[in-house]
Design a protein around this ligand. Structure first.
Ligand code: AP5
Length: 213
């Protein structure tokens, strides 16, 4: 129904998926399902493939069975959701197709050099997960979250070297995902290089148009 949109947000590392997804979840009262956060919360969990940390800190993808399981459990009982960070390759896309129907797919388009600047300057609140950037979106008091007063930290994979590797892994794996949803008529391309508020205006328009359709 209109009240419970099922939204997918695609884009390279640093494109602004987390920033816009948090706003979508709040605005539409839906779940924010993010494989990145779920994996970070379980980084040292033993699986038959090893721990997620071994893949994440190298900028590589965590094996499909591990992430497929996380997504299935998270969206099974959700009325509406915004899915962020998944699917990242063809096999995850096929799996998602079997377990749900999406209303709209948003693709945030941002050039590589801008992605690296965003990732290396990112700071995240360890309490509430709010995201800042040292230049583009600084907190009022350095190192402290505006929303909850928590301490800000830099993600282990936001070094320049790992950020570049993540962008390469994205380019090698995720183009077929974009093509798949374009062919399905669900993809809305958004200029992700605008300010966060400008991107949000386009995101909100795209969702509202698809929900009315
Ligand atoms: P994940 O946590 O999903 O990271 P990612 O995809 O690399 O995306 P990011 O969270 O880095 O970026 P974002 O697009 O959310 O940007 P944000 O809004 O924060 O994945 C991490 C790892 O987990 C992967 O490498 C992999 O190992 C594993 N993993 C996760 N999912 C997986 C899967 N499905 N399969 C296998 N492995 C998986 O913004 C970035 C910065 O820019 C911030 O500082 C922000 O303040 C700033 N910013 C945002 N918007 C703007 C704007 N419009 N203008 C200026 N600055 C902006």
């Amino acid at each position: 129904t209109d009240a419970d949109p099922r939204i997918l947000i695609l884009g390279a590392p640093g494109a602004g998926k987390g920033t816009q997804s948090r706003r979508l979840a709040e605005n539409y009262g839906i779940e924010h399902v993010t494989t990145g956060d779920a994996l970070r919360a379980n980084k040292h969990m033993e699986t038959e493939y090893g721990t997620p940390a071994e893949f994440m800190d190298a900028g590589e993808l965590v094996p499909d069975p591990v992430v497929n399981e996380i997504v299935k459990a998270a969206i099974e009982d959700a009325e509406g959701f915004v899915l962020d960070g998944y699917p990242r390759n063809e096999s995850q896309t096929e799996y998602l197709d079997e377990i749900t129907d999406l209303d709209v797919v948003l693709y945030l388009d941002v050039a590589d050099d801008e992605l690296v600047r965003r990732l290396t300057g990112r700071r995240v609140c360890e309490e509430c997960g709010a995201t800042y950037h040292v230049d583009f979106n600084p907190p009022e008091e350095s190192g402290t979250c505006d929303e909850c007063g928590g301490d800000l930290y830099q993600r282990d994979d936001d070094t320049e070297e790992t950020a570049r590797e993540r962008i390469t892994v994205y380019e090698e794996n995720t183009q077929p995902v974009i093509d798949y949803f374009r062919d399905a008529g669900l993809l809305v391309e958004i200029d992700g290089e605008q300010t966060p508020d400008e991107v949000w205006a386009d995101v909100e328009d795209a969702v509202d148009v698809h929900l009315d359709a």
